[in-house]
Write a protein that binds this ligand. Structure first.
Ligand SMILES: CC(C)(COP(=O)(O)OP(=O)(O)OC[C@H]1O[C@@H](n2cnc3c(N)ncnc32)[C@H](O)[C@@H]1OP(=O)(O)O)[C@@H](O)C(=O)NCCC(=O)NCCS
Length: 170
């Protein structure tokens, strides 16, 4: 099954399919904010979609992950945020989400990333090298779900913030 899946950067014709798949994946999830599909659009419109990868299977887009710039408290560049990550419900639990995360981390490492942040389930993201880092959580983000994957260098003291498109104080 995984061998039928290709990971590639988004193309201009993918925008509607990405929005619909993100909507479908997050629909009804208790932790969903409801604005995940629009978040991808807002990042793209704000030139903050540093990396947008899709998983394609037999000509259909079945998964997507977004990476955007994040802001370290010491001003060091090259921090990224992962999310949203979404796989169509009928295609979940087949390794597609993992393929997207691993391909994305490799790509941002190639861009010189120091690290990557996210708010997510530790039981899922720890397998990719993310570690809980409550002291790095920005205001408004739940510290118990705030994770950092340090790719090089050291972790700066203080909150690492998401792009403004994420809303709130993040
Ligand atoms: C989270 C998501 C992207 C994972 O994609 P996927 O292709 O199903 O994931 P994979 O097949 O690579 O990994 C499956 C593994 O992740 C686990 N898993 C899947 N979703 C999980 C979740 N929300 N929390 C914890 N573990 C999860 C499965 O139990 C499975 O574990 P196992 O390998 O030990 O059996 C997908 O379930 C999804 O789109 N969910 C709805 C949107 C969402 O929650 N996005 C992430 C927000 S932080």
């Amino acid at each position: 099954m995984k061998s039928e899946v290709t990971i590639r950067p988004e193309r201009s014709g993918d925008v509607d399919a990405i929005r619909e798949l993100v909507r479908s994946a997050f629909s009804g999830m208790p932790y969903a904010e409801g604005d995940e599909p629009e978040l991808v659009d807002a990042l793209r419109a704000g030139h903050a979609l540093s990396l947008s990868l899709v998983a394609e299977r037999r000509g259909t887009i079945v998964g997507h992950v977004a990476f955007s710039p994040a802001h370290a408290p010491d001003g060091t560049p090259d921090w990224y945020a992962l999310g949203p990550l979404a796989v169509l419900p009928a295609h979940q639990r087949r390794g597609i989400g993992s393929m997207l995360v691993r391909a994305g981390l490799e790509a941002v490492s190639g861009l010189g990333a120091r690290g990557c942040i996210l708010t997510g389930d530790p039981s899922y993201y720890s397998r990719f090298g993310f570690r809980l880092s409550p002291g790095s959580a920005p205001p408004g983000q739940p510290p118990e779900f705030f994770m950092v994957n340090l790719l090089r260098g050291h972790l700066p003291d203080g909150p690492i913030r998401f792009h403004a498109a994420f809303g709130g104080d993040a």
